[in-house]
Write a protein that binds this ligand. Structure first.
Ligand code: TA6
Length: 306
C-alpha cells in the first residue's frame, strides 16, 4: 500500500480530511469543515493555508513559494525547533552545518491522530520523524508533537517531550506569516512596554514604547512577554488575535522592500501584504525540558471583526 493510500486508510475523515500527493511528491493534508479550509504539507507539518469560510485568508503564502524536498516554504506557519534563528554552538565552523531555525520545518513528519471535535472543528496530530539526519543535529532523546485544530479559530500546540535521562534546552517559534491588507495600514498591539532585541540595529536591546507600526525592515525579538497580541488591520477592517500560552517571546518580522527583493521566493512587493507575528521561546527565554517531562507552546489565531 503506498503512503498516501495508507494515510487515507488510517486517518481520512469523510468530507473533512484527506491526503494527496502534491508538488514534487510532497504529501499534503487537506482539511475542510463548516468553519474553514486548510492545507498542511507533511514535510515540516507546514500549514500552508487557513481560509475561514466567511473571511479573507488568515495565513499568507508567497506567490513565489517553492515546494522542494528538504527546503522550507516561504510563508504559512514554519515550525522553528529545536533552535530559533542561527544555531550558536560558539564554533562558527560547526554552526554552518546547522540549518537556520532548526530541523523541524524541513523534516518529515508522520500523522499520529485525526478527529472531528464536537464543535465541528477538525484536529490532526503530527510527530516529527527523528531519523538519523535529525539525530546528528539534535542528539537528545526527544519527541516533538504538533496538534493542529482547524475550526472557527486556528489552534496550534507544539509539544516537546524529553524522553531521555538528561535535561536539554530548546528555543522555538511558530513563525507565522499573516495576511494583512497593507503594511502601512497595520499595527500590532500588546507589546507596549516590552524589552526587545532589535536585529536590524546591531541586536541592541530596546523597549517598545507603543503599538508596533512597520515603516521599514523590522526584526524584533520581544522578550519576557506572555501577552496576547492583536494585529490591527485597518485596510481589511479586521483584527487578528494571537493568544498564546507557554511562550515568553514574540517575534515581529517583515523584510521590507530591499531584503524581500533579494529573496527569490518572496515575489515583487509581496512584503506589503504580510507580517510575521511569531509566538516563541528564544534568547534568554529558551526552555530547559527536564528528563521525562514535556513543554507545550500553544497559540490561538482568531479573526475579530466589528
Ligand atoms: O523570525 C525572523 C527571522 O529570524 C528573520 O531574522 C529572518 O531570517 C526570518 O526569520 C526568515 O528566516 P528564513 O530562514 O525563513 O528565511
Amino acid at each position: 500500500m503506498d503512503e498516501v493510500t495508507n494515510l487515507n486508510h488510517r486517518f481520512a475523515i469523510n468530507g473533512h480530511l484527506s491526503f494527496e500527493v502534491g508538488e514534487n511528491g510532497l504529501l499534503m493534508a487537506n482539511i475542510q469543515n463548516a468553519y474553514a479550509q486548510a492545507e498542511i504539507m507533511l514535510q515540516g507539518a507546514h500549514i500552508l493555508t487557513y481560509q475561514p469560510v466567511d473571511d479573507a485568508p488568515l495565513i499568507w503564502l508567497s506567490p513565489k513559494a517553492k515546494y522542494l524536498p528538504g527546503k522550507a516554504v516561504r510563508g504559512g506557519v514554519p515550525i522553528c525547533w529545536p533552535w530559533f534563528g542561527n544555531y550558536e554552538s560558539g564554533n562558527p565552523e560547526t554552526d554552518k552545518n546547522y540549518p537556520a531555525h532548526g530541523i523541524a520545518r524541513t523534516g518529515m513528519w508522520e500523522v499520529i491522530n485525526s478527529e472531528m471535535l464536537p464543535n465541528g472543528a477538525t484536529r490532526i496530530t503530527f510527530a516529527l520523524l527523528m531519523d538519523e539526519a535529525a539525530a546528528r543535529l539534535w542528539p537528545h532523546p526527544s519527541a516533538l508533537h504538533y496538534i493542529v485544530t482547524v475550526g472557527r479559530d486556528l489552534i496550534l500546540e507544539l509539544v516537546t517531550h524529553n524522553t531521555g535521562s538528561s535535561p536539554f534546552t530548546i528555543s522555538e517559534a511558530l513563525h507565522t506569516y499573516f495576511v494583512i491588507g497593507d503594511i502601512d495600514a497595520t499595527q500590532v498591539s500588546g507589546l507596549e512596554g516590552c524589552a526587545y532585541i532589535d536585529k536590524v540595529d546591531g541586536f541592541k536591546r530596546k523597549t517598545e514604547p507603543e503599538k508596533v507600526t512597520v515603516t521599514s525592515e523590522i526584526d524584533r525579538v520581544y522578550l519576557n512577554t506572555t501577552e496576547d497580541c492583536i494585529i490591527e488591520d485597518h485596510k481589511l477592517h479586521r483584527n487578528i488575535l494571537v493568544a498564546k500560552t507557554g511562550s515568553d517571546t514574540t517575534v515581529v518580522w517583515n523584510p521590507w522592500a530591499e531584503k524581500a527583493a533579494q529573496m527569490a521566493d518572496m515575489g515583487e512587493g509581496s512584503y506589503r501584504g504580510m507580517l510575521c507575528v511569531e509566538s516563541a521561546n528564544a534568547a534568554e527565554n529558551a526552555v530547559t525540558v527536564a528528563p521525562g517531562t514535556h513543554h507545550s507552546m500553544c497559540v490561538v489565531y482568531a479573526v475579530q471583526r466589528g
